[in-house]
Design a protein. Sequence first.
Lengths: 210, 367
Amino acid sequence: MKREIPIVITLVAGLFMLLAWFVPHPTVKAAYEGLQNWAIVVVGFTYVLGVANLLRINTRQVSRKERDWPYKMVLIAGLLVTMVVGFSEGNHYTDVDSRFQWIYRTFYSPMTATMFSLLAFFIASAAFRAFRIRSVEALLLAIAAFILMIGRVPLGAAIHPAIPAAADWLMEIPQNAAKRGILIGAALGVMATGIRVILGLEKTYGGGDS
Amino acid sequence: MAAFLLTAVSIFAFPALASAFPLQAGDTPNDGGGSVDVSWTPPDHHPTSWILVRREQGGTFAPVATVDGTDSHYSDDTAQNGTAYEYQLVASPADPSLDSEVSGPAHASVNLFDWSKFNVLVVAGVFFALLFWYIRKSEGGTKWVFRKIPGLDAIEEAVGRATEMGKGVLYVPGVQEIDDIQTIASMILLGRVARIAAKYETALNVPTNSPGVYTVAEEVVKSAYADVGRSDVYKSDQVRYVTSEQFAYVAAVNGMMLRERPAANLLLGAFFAESLLLAETGHAVGAIQIAGTANVHQMPFFVVACDYTLIGEEYFAASALLSNDARLLGSLKATDSVKILMIAIIVLGSILATFGQTWLGDFFSTQ
């Protein structure tokens, strides 16, 4: 029963959501939106489980003084301080001069920006490997990338007007064709996966044996 | 305001006077009711704006909206279902010689089917029919042959390699919520990976960036260990919730890679800007990396930084191919058949369009 009930709920809800997409009747639409709101509420409750898991794992590591335990302590302190400050400010936590926003601007925002900016270095190292010419395909990739990069900056047009035009052609014709082919295949895969889950052919997602 | 009052006076003083051009009104198609579409061909000589007025049959006109003089369409979303309305466009500033005719009576009604989605229903119907047909054939014993996907074969090798090296496997299920189909597909694959890891007694770590994904992933992994009779090996901190913030999650997962140095990284799910940050760090620590996503813009990053990449449909086919279940393989055959059908339709549509026949393309248009 532990496995059958979720499958029945998935089947009923999945088929309803599928059919409701084709039916504009207000009653059906209201039920459709109601189910989506339920999902939001369920996700809200999972945050309690998530935070409990985070605290359980990290407090245990701190109490046992496992490897890198000071970092875990920083994590727990950050979580608790941010939560306490946020709750203490009630509905004003989004105000520009709130303490919560100060924490956000002073700690969170610069750290996020730092992580994101690392992407520039990672792109450089990945591009170095990608453009090493080891095969005919890699040669074609390198030529296309060269045309595209130079065609997207003023230098390309200064050298020859055909370069930006070639870059546009690469993006609009071969790139679009490949992308659409992948998207059509992926869309069919989405449909197949969706129907496998709805019909209960695929049960692994619910913690069951397929 | 003065112009509006002047126009309103003219409405009541000279209803439908000097009608110059026709006005069509009818139920808005494919909606849930409460709306009437009004359309007209703007005359060459038109005012700055029109005031659309409405009356119930036999009643008096009242303004509904002001539209631009060059507009040709308006949807009146304030209509009551079943009530017959007549509409008229009144020129603003007032000039009765420019006013439209009074439209015929029209009423809003509830539609039970959205016919603009009929083409989607046809394709979905064909797909489902083929799906059930192939599943039945599979259940009847028909065997299908599929091309080998190196990335799938590599999953078991990667876990085996981790076992030999005495290291762990890191499974990253993307950064989307559990309602995303890519995340659901990732959970299905996680079940298969967890079974292999349980069998080999290899440490499997699953950091998640959504508490919804965490709860499902924990259940999937726990059940997989139980299914192969290795519940004793399962540890409660294998699956953990880290954070829902994108780059904080990247920082945490990259930290795990650098500290724990897993032998295999499986990046399977929906990824965005973090894809290369994760894959390059994994490459730097020397892990064998298998990625899979349907996000087209992240595929090049994975192709460059990972050893194997499951592209688009391969990613969704992976669980069926790994399971070797006849019914799941039947569903793959249906996908392939629809793909061939779609290629044929695209080729036929292109040929027809070349000769000026666009009806096939129009039928499959979704806008």
